[in-house]
Structures are given as structure tokens and as C-alpha cells.
Design a protein around this ligand. Structure first.
Ligand SMILES: C[S@@+](CC[C@H](N)C(=O)[O-])C[C@H]1O[C@@H](n2cnc3c(N)ncnc32)[C@H](O)[C@@H]1O
Length: 229
């Protein structure tokens, strides 16, 4: 295996209960207030999963484009759009090579996706997002933080380096995870204008007292950045 670059999709068919991935994320939905309602607006859902945000933005009347490395995810998103009577262009693709021309999108959203890569691939992915955004376009997404220890030390994961591991088993089998320091974050978005940055912690399930008191969880940065005019 090339340890310079591992990219691997989620095995969505192995996930029995997908309900946690069917409701759109609240702050993602609120981006509609920044975009306004104009059918010329183009939104790209990078790493769309089974399609909750693709469907949400299509419902708003925008022109929507989506991709995921996982064929299962692409098929699930197309099926959901079909059932809802909505349309969007959905393709299989990697975050590091976006199959669209420069300056196309008003918004790129990549929720819980771009950290599924080694550092150098995250840098490539962000430069691709920069390329395809219109000047003044927004990029909203999440990154995992290393500044809280999260699951990093769990034994069953393959540790690649101090900030990178590959999950072993389950829906994320073989999927890399990169944990960013604050310095990485500022470095990744050096070409953008940082509009908003929030730290949230997602506690481990089940939400029983033992898990909650141990405060075990995954720390995420939610970022909103703008490509300068
Ligand atoms: C946590 S899921 C999030 C899905 C969706 N963004 C959402 O919020 O529902 C991560 C998704 O990223 C995709 N993914 C992982 N690595 C990728 C890569 N290198 N290129 C494109 N998609 C990738 C996975 O297949 C999976 O569907």
C-alpha cells in the first residue's frame, strides 16, 4: 500500500442504522441565509455520503453537484434524489481531483470528509476547492482536532504518524483520519479568508453515563472560509 496517499470510501452497505446520516446538519442548513434564494447559485457537496446535504440544497432550488469516492454513496444519493423528485449531478470522485472547471461554485460543503486523508491529500483537496470556487465563494466543512486526544490511541487502529491513523474494521475500514492542530488549520486555509471557526465535540455513543462522564469523543472544527474576490 502506498503510505503517502491512502484514500478509501465508507462501506455504507455495512452500516445497518443510517438514521444519524439522514438529517442535514443544522449549521449547514443555515448557510441558505448567506446564499439567498437564487436558482443560479451552484452548490457542490464534496464527499456527499448518502446525500442528506445534496438533497437539502436541491430542495432549496439551487443547482447542486455532488461526488463521493464510494460508489455505494453515489448510488444512495441518486436514489434519494429520485425518490424526492429532485435533480443534481452526482459522480464518483476523489477529494484530491475535482472534475469541474475553475470558479464554478458559490458554495462547497464538505461535512466530515476532508480529514479522511493524509495531510498532503488534504492540502491538495483544499487547493482544488479553492480552484473551483467563484471569487467570494464559501467553503464550509469540518476537520478533526488533535488538540484533544479523541480515539487516537485506540489499539485496533493503524497508527501512521503522530496525526494520522487508519481505522480497522466496520463501515470505516481502511479509511484514514487526520487530526489537525490549530497551526495546520491556519496553514490549510492561508489563501482563504476565515469567516467562522467553531469547536464542537461529538461524544461517543451510546450516550450512557459512563461514556458521558469519561468525556470520550471526537473534537471537530467547523470552519467557514471565503475565497477572496
Ligand atoms: C462521514 S461521511 C460524511 C458524508 C456526508 N458529507 C454527510 O455529511 O452526510 C464521509 C464520506 O466521505 C467519503 N470519502 C472518504 N474519503 C474520500 C475521498 N478521498 N474522496 C471522496 N470522498 C471520500 C466517504 O465515502 C463518505 O461517504
Amino acid at each position: 500500500m502506498n503510505k503517502e496517499s491512502v484514500q478509501e470510501g465508507w462501506k455504507w452497505l455495512e452500516l445497518k442504522d443510517k438514521s444519524g446520516w439522514e438529517l442535514p446538519d443544522g449549521p449547514t442548513m443555515s448557510l441558505v441565509f448567506s446564499l439567498g434564494h437564487d436558482p443560479r447559485i451552484k452548490v457542490y457537496d464534496l464527499g456527499c455520503g448518502i446525500g442528506r446535504h445534496t438533497v437539502f440544497f436541491a430542495e432549496q432550488g439551487y443547482q447542486v453537484f455532488a461526488s463521493d469516492i464510494s460508489e455505494e454513496a453515489v448510488q444512495a444519493t441518486k436514489q434519494w434524489l429520485g425518490k424526492a423528485g429532485l435533480s443534481a449531478e452526482v459522480k464518483q470522485g476523489r477529494i484530491t481531483s475535482i472534475d469541474y472547471p475553475d470558479n464554478k461554485f458559490n458554495l462547497v460543503i464538505s461535512f466530515n470528509v476532508i480529514y479522511h486523508a493524509f495531510r498532503s491529500d488534504i492540502v491538495k483537496a483544499i487547493s482544488e476547492v479553492y480552484r473551483v470556487l467563484k471569487p467570494g465563494g464559501l467553503f464550509y466543512g469540518t476537520l478533526l482536532t488533535k488538540d484533544k486526544d479523541c480515539h487516537f490511541t485506540e489499539k485496533e487502529n493503524e497508527i501512521i504518524d503522530e496525526q494520522t491513523l487508519i481505522i480497522q474494521g466496520g463501515v470505516e475500514d481502511g479509511v484514514p483520519h487526520f487530526f489537525s492542530h490549530m497551526e495546520d488549520l491556519l496553514d490549510f486555509f492561508a489563501d482563504f479568508h476565515l469567516e467562522d471557526l467553531v469547536y464542537t465535540e461529538v461524544y461517543s455513543t451510546p450516550y450512557n453515563l459512563e461514556n458521558l462522564l469519561s468525556q470520550k469523543g471526537w473534537g471537530h472544527f467547523r470552519f467557514l472560509v471565503k475565497k477572496p474576490f
